[in-house]
Design a protein around this ligand. Structure first.
Ligand SMILES: Cc1cc2nc3c(=O)[nH]c(=O)nc-3n(C[C@H](O)[C@H](O)[C@H](O)COP(=O)(O)OP(=O)(O)OC[C@H]3O[C@@H](n4cnc5c(N)ncnc54)[C@H](O)[C@@H]3O)c2cc1C
Length: 384
């Protein structure tokens, strides 16, 4: 008999286990993969962007944008930084408040494992959950036996990257207990474009402002074989719905009219003017598709205006996204109306908790999703 069983040894589950263990609770973590923290290991290109210095509730998407506030306020980026400093893990800010390990994401997993050991947490890997029954507490039937606990925490994450072991068990458990879910869609995911000619630009990236549904992000966009990716595109993808138009300013902050006029005297070709700002291959393709290059002195005022509008307001309607197989996160999940924002416990089923990505709280790209995992895991860890 355990005080609490946590399903999922990822970021949220391990943080919850540590906190509950430190309170003297008897904690068991069940993980179906062969090792813990697999998503942490691949995160941030292997260096784990473990938090963001500027993490605020505004950086998270949810049907209820207020839900995340309480947990985020009680476990801040500074709290996680203190933890990694205690373990002597070296880190740096890459850009925009994003903190990465200097070494490798392995250090974060090792740290969580050591903390679990210190807090007396038991972890079982290679364990598949087959059935859950609720009576006084919870009976959890698994491939390695039946375990019972007073409370049960679901920390199974989202369904993105199924090849890494992501499953929909969390959503199934929610349904079993009559909890509502919001629609789950891929988030932080590349776009697929109908126009395949852009694949010629694959590998090129351009500093841009990308806008959709009232949100804008300024970062690089990256041309891919299938369409568009890069940080600005991943960010906006979480705000995009099927059929929505995305506007891309390819030359943010540059006055195109002034730029072309400046080159009129020396008769510079448009393609060469653009090549000062973009990779040459991009400038050539842009002219081929939008405006046949000619010397600046032969471009009329009307044409200059049109060129400016095209460069500042490229309109794209993506055909779709690259789906859960390429998405960094799952947007949507357990409806936050079902949970207490203080404890993460179900309002309907006492003793049942949901934390991390399985909940309908999705962060921006840049360490925000881990901060939500730590914060929601910490919150539940105080009560389970
Ligand atoms: C490629 C990639 C890179 C990323 N990089 C970053 C980054 O740098 N910074 C950032 O903030 N976010 C990043 N993310 C997002 C981040 O990894 C997740 O939001 C975060 O891991 C969610 O934590 P979690 O504990 O809720 O879920 P997870 O970390 O996914 O953990 C869930 C755990 O549950 C286990 N599980 C699933 N189903 C079952 C089952 N049926 N039975 C038992 N166990 C089960 C899984 O194996 C896993 O161990 C990245 C995501 C991806 C895919």
């Amino acid at each position: 008999m355990y005080n609490t069983i946590i399903i999922g040894a990822g970021a949220a589950g391990l943080m919850c286990a540590i906190e509950a263990g430190k309170r003297g609770r008897k904690v068991l973590v069940l993980e179906h993969a062969e090792k813990i923290g697999k998503k942490i290991l691949i995160s941030g290109g292997g260096r784990c962007n473990f938090t963001n210095l500027d993490a605020k509730p505004e950086n998270f998407l949810s049907n209820n944008p207020h839900f995340c506030k309480s947990a985020l306020a009680r476990y801040t980026p500074q709290d996680f930084i203190s933890l990694i400093e205690k373990h002597g893990i070296k880190y740096h800010e890459k850009k925009l408040g994003q903190l990465f390990c200097d070494g490798s994401a392995k250090e974060i997993v090792q740290m969580l494992q050591q903390e679990c050991v210190g807090a007396g947490v038991e972890i079982k890997v290679d364990c598949t959950v087959n059935e859950i029954k609720k009576n006084e507490g919870f009976d959890i039937k698994t491939t390695i036996g039946v375990f019972t606990s007073e409370s049960l925490v679901i920390a199974t994450g989202g369904i993105s990257i199924p090849q890494m072991g992501a499953t929909d068990l969390g959503y199934k458990i929610a349904k079993q207990f009559g909890l509502k879910l919001t629609r789950t869609v891929p988030g932080l995911v590349p776009f697929v474009l109908a126009d395949e000619t852009y694949s010629e630009l694959s590998g090129l990236s351009v500093d841009s402002v990308v806008t959709c549904n009232g949100m804008s992000f300024r970062e690089n966009i990256l041309y891919t074989h299938k369409g568009l990716s890069g940080p600005a595109i991943l960010q906006i993808s979480s705000y995009w719905n099927d059929g929505d138009e995305v506007t891309i300013d390819l030359l943010p902050g540059t006055d195109v009219e002034q730029l072309i006029n400046e080159h009129k005297q020396n008769k510079t070709e448009l393609v060469n003017i653009l090549a000062k700002f973009f990779p040459k291959r991009f400038a050539e393709k842009w002219c081929e598709q939008n405006f046949t290059s000619k010397p600046a002195n032969r471009i009329s005022e009307k044409e200059i205006t049109a060129i400016g509008e095209m460069l500042h307001g490229w309109k794209v309607i993506p055909k779709g996204t690259e789906g859960f197989g390429k998405a960094e996160v799952t947007k949507g999940g357990i409806d936050t109306n079902e949970l207490s924002s203080k404890t993460m416990e179900s309002k309907k089923v006492s003793g049942l908790y949901f934390i991390g990505e399985v909940v309908d709280v999705t962060g921006w790209l840049g360490g925000y999703n881990f901060q939500w995992a730590w914060a929601s895991g910490f919150a539940a860890g105080q009560y389970v």
